[in-house]
Write a new protein. Structure first.
Lengths: 500, 484
C-alpha cells in the first residue's frame, strides 16, 4: 500500500507542462466540434504532450544531453466510411480546428473506396497515471553524471575495452483522448531507463557486451528507482570482463542442439515471431507492402497450433511497470488481459476496432500510435511468455548438455514472421547441467512453429524479466514502444550456426 | 492514370510546415537567448516536414494521412559541456535557448569543464544546388486528390489482372533552418515524391519503390504495368535450394545491400576510434573499378539537400572510390577528433547519441539493361528485393537477410521459375568484389531512421552469392499452403 508521501511523490512527477486535464479537455472538445460535416460519422482526437531526456557519455568523458519537448494533435475521422487523418503541433489558438478540418478534407478526397466499419464498443472515460517513486526529471545533473562515470570506469577496467557508451533516459507524457462516441480519457505516463555497451578489441577482432538489454538498453514505466535497482556498477564490471573474455572465446559450433535461451534474447524472439505475427492488421494484409504479412491466416485464430503445450503467451497492458502498460489504447479501448496462446494453441490476436470489424470479435485493445503525429496501428502491448516453474539452474540441469545463450547481437526474420536467424552476444557451453566455456558468435535459426514447438520448459516467475523495446511499423515508419518478457526457457533440438 | 499529368496546381498544394522567415527567426531567437544566458557557443536548427501519405490495401485507402511535424533544437555550450533542448513550440524558442544554456552550465558544474576539441578542418567548397533540383512544382501539386486518383487506377490495374495492390503514394516538403552565434544563417525547403507498392496475384508478388524530388521521375504509368505483369509471372513459386548462384540484384536489392555502409567504419567516429574499413583498410581495393559507392548529397537522383543540421555544406564523400576503400563522412565533432574535413553529415536520431551518418548513398550506374545482365547468367537467380538485413560482423562487412517478392531462377540467360524467399549471410565487400556488370537504370528508396535519408543504386550482376538457411539442413519450405 502506498503512503501519503509516496502518493505525493508520484503526483509531483506528473505535474509538469502546459496540458493539465482541464486545459486539454477544452482543446479536445474544440477539435471534436470541428471534426464534423456532411458524411462524418465518427471522430477521435489525441492530444499528446511529451518530454524526453537523454544523457549519454563515453570513455572520453564527453557528455551529450538532450531534452526534447513536443505537443500536438492527431485527429481521425470517418467520412462516408473513409478514414481521414491529420496531425500538427500545437500552435496557438485555432490549431485544434485547423487539424480537424484537414482530417475531414483528407477523408473527402478518398470517398468511394471500400468503406471502413468500426467494431462497436461502449464509451469509457477515466484518468490513469503511472506510479512513480522518484521523478527522474528531478534527479540533479551531478547525480546522473556521477552514476554514468562510475559505470564507464567499471566497464572499462579491463585494458582491452576500447569503447564504452553509457546512457540514462526518461520520458513523460500527458495523453488525452476524446471521441465522438463519448469517451474522454487522460493518461499520465513516466518511463525511465538506462543503457551500457562495452566493446573490447584486439588483433583477434572486436566483441561487445551490453546491459540491461542490447538494443537501446532497457526502459520501464517507473521513476528513477528503476535505474537505482539495476545494480549498474556491478553489471558494468561483468560486462567489461565478458567483452574481453569473448575475444579469446572459441566460436560457437553449428549443428543441432538443445538450448536454454535467456530472457533478454527470448523477449526479442517473442517480439519478432509472436508479437508481430499476431498483429491483426498484418494478418489481414494491410502491411503487405512494407512490414509484410503473417504466416498466421485469419481462419487460424482460435485453433492454430503455434507451439508446444509449454507455450502460454499473454497480452496484458494492465501489468504495471512495463513499456507496454497503459489504461487505454490509442483509440480509447480499455486495457484488459488477453491470452493469445494457450498451451501452444493460438486463441487471440492483437487488434484494433477497424481490423477486428473485418474479422469478427471484439478488439483486444492494441491500437497504438507514436505520440500525436501518427495514426494508431496494431502493435504489441505488453506481450510475454508466462513463467513455468523452477530456477535457471534447474532448467540447465534438466537440459543436461547444450548451450545457454542470451543478449541479442543480430536478428533477422522474413516478412511473414516465419523463417528467422538470430545471434546472441554470449553463449555458454553446458555439460551435465553446468555452465562451462564462454562461446562467441552463437547463432540459431528456424521456422516459427517448429521453434516454438520445440519449447519443453519455462523457468519460474523468480527468473522472469521484463524488457521495454522500441519498434517500427507503417509507412512512413512510426515507432512503437512495447513490453515483452520471459523466463529462461529450454528448447530441444534447434538449429545453431550460420550457413555460409 | 493521372499521376504524371501536366497539372502543376492542386486544391491540396504543398507548402513548408513552417516557412523560411518563421523558421530562421525561431532559431535566431533561441541562439540569442542562449548567448544572453551565458552560453559560450550556441546554435539551433529547425527541421520541418509537411507530408501527405496515401496508404492503400486491396480496395481501401486505409490510411490517408496529412502529417505536419517540426522540431526546433538548440545546443548551448558552457565550459566545453553542451546540452540540447528541443521543442515544437516556436513561441518558446527563446525559453529553449535559455534552458539549454542553464543545463549546459549545470553539467559543467557537475562534471567540470572539458577542453575544447581542436578546430575541425574546414568543409570542402560545394557548388550551390539549383532551385529546380530541390523544388518541383509538379510534386508540390501532387495532393491528396491526385494521389487517390492514382491509387484507384493502381488498385484497378491489379484487380483487372486478378490480383491485389498494397502500398503508399506520398508527397512531402522537407525544410531545414540553421542559425548559429557566429553568423551562420541557412534555410532550404525541398519537395519529395514517393511511391511504393506491391502487387499480389495468387502467390506471386512484385514490388516497386522510388523517390525523388521530381514527381515525373517516378513514371508511375510504366511501373504499374510492369509490376502487375511481374506479379502474374511470379506465380507458382518453388523453394530455392541452398547453394551458391550467380545473381542479378535489382536496383532495389542493390540499394538495400548498401544501406548498412555506416556500420563498416565509413564514419568519422570509427576513424577516430581506429576501427572499421577507413581506419584499417583505406586504399585497399575491395571491388572492381566499376563499383563506385559514395555519399552524395548533391546527386540529383534521390533526396539532394545542401547542408546538414549543423549548417555545414553537405559534400560528396567517396566511400568505395572505383572499388577502393576511400573516405568517411563526418559531423563537426567527429571531424575534429579524427582530423578529417567536415563533410556535412551530422545526424541526430531518436534514442541514439548524435553521430555522423551517410544520408545520400549512391552507386554509380553502368550501361547494361537488366535483360542484358540476366542474359549473361547461365544458371542463377534474379533477386528483386532484399529484406530485414542486419549486420552480423561489421569488421567482415557480413550481414544476414532474405530475398523477397519477384525472384526467379535464371536459366540460359532467361528468367524462368519463380522462387520463394530465401535467407543468405554474405559479406557486402565480398559481394561487391564479384560484381562483373552494372545496370543503367537507378531506383531510390528511403534510408531508414536517417533524416532526409535515401539510397539510390542500379542493378548489378554478381558472380557467386550464397543462399542458405540458418543452419544446414533446416527446412525452408513455405508453409503458407499448410496453414491457409
Amino acid at each position: 500500500m502506498s503512503t501519503t508521501t509516496d502518493r505525493a511523490a508520484s503526483q509531483a512527477a506528473h505535474t509538469w507542462g502546459g496540458l493539465d486535464d482541464a486545459t486539454a479537455r477544452a482543446l479536445l472538445e474544440e477539435a471534436l466540434g470541428a471534426a464534423t460535416g456532411d458524411g462524418v460519422t465518427f471522430a477521435d482526437v489525441r492530444l499528446v504532450e511529451a518530454e524526453e531526456e537523454r544523457l549519454y557519455t563515453d570513455l572520453r568523458g564527453e557528455l551529450d544531453e538532450r531534452r526534447e519537448h513536443n505537443a500536438g494533435f492527431g485527429v481521425r475521422v470517418l467520412r462516408d466510411g473513409v478514414w481521414g487523418f491529420a496531425s500538427a503541433p500545437l500552435d496557438g489558438p485555432g490549431t485544434a480546428q485547423a487539424v480537424a478540418r484537414r482530417a475531414v478534407a483528407v477523408a473527402g478526397a478518398a470517398a468511394g473506396t471500400a468503406p471502413v466499419v468500426l467494431a462497436p464498443r461502449e464509451p469509457t472515460s477515466g484518468t490513469w497515471a503511472v506510479p512513480v517513486d522518484v521523478d527522474p526529471f528531478a534527479v540533479p545533473a551531478g547525480e546522473r553524471h556521477d552514476l554514468l562515470q562510475r559505470i564507464v570506469r567499471a566497464a572499462s577496467a579491463p585494458g582491452l575495452v576500447r569503447s564504452v557508451t553509457a546512457g540514462l533516459n526518461a520520458k513523460r507524457q500527458h495523453k488525452h483522448f476524446a471521441d465522438s462516441e463519448g469517451s474522454r480519457q487522460s493518461q499520465h505516463l513516466v518511463e525511465t531507463g538506462a543503457m551500457l555497451l562495452a566493446v573490447a578489441a584486439d588483433e583477434r577482432g572486436a566483441q561487445r557486451r551490453s546491459f540491461p538489454n542490447s538494443f537501446h538498453g532497457n526502459t520501464a514505466a517507473a521513476g528513477w528507482e528503476y535505474v537505482l535497482g539495476l545494480g549498474l556498477e556491478d553489471e558494468a564490471t561483468r560486462v567489461g570482463e565478458e567483452a574481453v573474455a569473448l575475444l579469446g572465446a572459441p566460436q560457437a559450433p553449428g549443428g543441432t542442439a538443445d538450448v536454454v535461451i535467456g530472457p533478454a534474447q527470448l523477449a526479442l524472439q517473442i517480439h519478432e515471431s509472436v508479437g508481430h505475427a499476431l498483429e491483426l492488421d498484418r494478418i489481414l494484409g494491410d502491411e503487405t507492402n512494407f512490414a509484410g504479412r503473417s504466416w498466421v491466416q485469419p481462419d487460424d485464430i482460435g485453433s492454430l497450433r503455434y507451439g508446444s503445450p509449454a507455450m502460454n503467451v499473454v497480452a496484458d497492458p494492465t501489468v504495471p511497470g512495463t513499456r507496454g502498460s497503459f489504461a487505454f489504447d490509442d483509440e480509447g479501448t480499455p486495457a484488459t488481459r488477453h491470452a493469445l496462446i494457450e498451451h501452444g494453441v493460438l486463441r487471440d490476436v492483437l487488434s484494433s476496432r477497424d481490423a477486428v470489424a473485418r474479422h469478427g470479435g471484439a478488439t483486444t485493445g492494441a491500437a497504438r500510435a507514436d505520440g500525436w503525429a501518427w495514426l494508431p496501428v496494431c502493435f504489441a502491448t505488453n506481450v510475454y511468455l508466462e513463467p513455468g516453474e523452477g530456477s535457471l539452474d534447474a532448467l540447465l540441469d534438466r537440459m543436461g548438455d547444450g548451450y545457454y545463450a542470451d543478449d541479442n547481437r543480430t536478428w533477422s526474420i522474413d516478412d511473414r514472421r516465419m523463417a528467422f536467424q538470430f545471434g546472441t552476444e554470449a553463449a555458454w557451453e553446458v555439460k551435465n547441467g553446468r555452465r562451462g566455456r564462454l562461446l562467441r558468435g552463437f547463432s540459431y535459426g528456424g521456422l516459427t512453429p517448429q521453434f516454438w514447438g520445440s519449447l519443453e520448459a519455462v523457468a519460474g516467475p523468480e527468473e522472469f524479466k521484463a524488457y521495454g523495446m522500441p519498434c517500427g511499423k507503417g509507412e512512413p515508419k512510426q515507432w512503437g514502444f512495447l513490453g515483452h518478457g520471459a523466463s529462461p526457457s529450454l528448447f530441444r533440438g534447434i538449429s545453431t550456426g550460420v550457413a555460409r | 492514370m493521372t499521376t504524371t499529368s501536366s497539372l502543376i496546381t492542386s486544391t491540396d498544394q504543398a507548402v513548408p510546415a513552417v516557412g523560411a522567415d518563421r523558421a530562421v527567426e525561431a532559431c535566431a531567437a533561441a541562439v540569442r537567448a542562449a548567448k544572453a544566458a551565458g552560453a559560450d557557443e550556441a546554435e539551433a536548427f529547425l527541421s520541418g516536414r509537411a507530408g501527405g501519405y496515401t496508404r492503400f490495401a486491396v480496395d481501401r485507402v486505409h490510411q490517408p494521412q496529412d502529417v505536419h511535424e517540426r522540431q526546433l533544437m538548440v545546443r548551448a555550450v558552457v565550459d566545453g559541456r553542451s546540452a540540447r533542448v528541443a521543442t515544437t513550440d516556436l513561441a518558446g524558442a527563446a525559453d529553449a535557448g535559455r534552458r539549454a544554456a542553464g543545463r549546459a552550465a549545470a553539467l559543467a558544474s557537475a562534471a567540470g569543464p572539458l577542453a575544447a576539441l581542436p578546430a575541425p578542418v574546414a568543409a570542402r567548397s560545394v557548388p550551390s544546388l539549383a532551385p529546380e533540383v530541390l523544388w518541383d512544382p509538379r510534386t508540390a501539386a501532387w495532393g491528396t486528390p491526385e494521389r487517390v486518383d492514382a491509387v484507384r487506377s493502381l488498385m484497378g490495374a491489379a484487380r483487372t489482372a486478378g490480383g491485389e495492390a498494397f502500398g503508399m503514394l506520398g508527397r512531402a516538403v522537407t525544410e531545414l533552418a540553421v542559425v548559429d552565434a557566429e553568423g551562420v544563417e541557412r534555410y532550404a525547403a525541398a519537395t519529395e515524391a514517393y511511391g511504393s507498392f506491391t502487387v499480389r496475384v495468387d502467390d506471386g508478388t512484385s514490388h516497386w519503390v522510388d523517390l525523388d524530388r521530381r514527381l515525373d521521375v517516378l513514371d508511375l504509368d510504366a511501373v504499374v504495368a510492369r509490376t502487375v505483369e511481374e506479379a502474374g509471372r511470379a506465380r507458382g513459386r518453388v523453394d530455392l535450394a541452398d547453394g551458391t548462384y550467380d545473381v542479378v540484384l535489382s536496383p532495389l536489392a542493390t540499394g538495400e545491400l548498401l544501406e548498412g555502409f555506416h556500420a563498416y567504419g565509413f564514419t568519422g567516429d570509427a576513424v577516430a576510434d581506429g576501427v572499421g574499413s577507413v581506419a584499417r583498410r583505406r586504399g585497399e581495393r575491395v571491388a572492381p573499378e566499376t563499383v563506385d559507392v559514395a555519399d552524395d548529397p548533391q546527386a540529383v537522383r534521390g533526396l539532394p539537400f545542401p547542408f546538414d543540421p549543423e549548417g555545414t555544406d553537405a559534400s560528396r564523400v567517396p566511400l568505395l572510390d572505383h572499388g577502393v576503400v576511400a573516405d568517411a563522412v563526418t559531423d563537426r565533432a567527429s571531424a575534429a577528433r579524427a582530423g578529417l574535413p567536415m563533410t556535412g553529415h551530422a545526424h541526430i536520431a531518436r534514442e541514439e547519441t548524435p553521430h555522423p551518418a551517410p544520408a545520400s548513398l549512391t552507386m554509380a550506374p553502368g550501361t547494361a539493361s537488366v535483360d542484358e545482365l540476366v542474359a549473361g547468367v547461365e544458371r542463377g537467380v534474379y533477386v528483386q528485393r532484399l529484406w530485414y538485413l542486419r549486420v552480423v560482423d561489421p569488421a567482415a562487412t557480413t550481414l544476414t537477410g532474405g530475398s523477397r517478392d519477384a525472384c526467379f531462377l535464371i536459366e540460359d540467360g532467361r528468367l524462368t521459375t519463380p522462387v520463394r524467399p530465401a535467407r543468405f549471410t554474405e559479406s557486402v565487400f565480398g559481394v561487391l568484389s564479384r560484381v562483373d556488370a552494372i545496370g543503367a537504370d537507378v531506383l531510390a528508396q528511403p534510408l531508414a531512421n536517417v533524416w532526409n535519408g535515401a539510397v539510390s543504386a542500379p542493378a548489378v550482376r554478381v558472380r557467386g552469392f550464397r543462399f542458405g538457411s540458418a543452419a544446414p539442413g533446416a527446412p525452408t519450405q513455405d508453409l503458407e499452403e499448410e496453414t491457409a
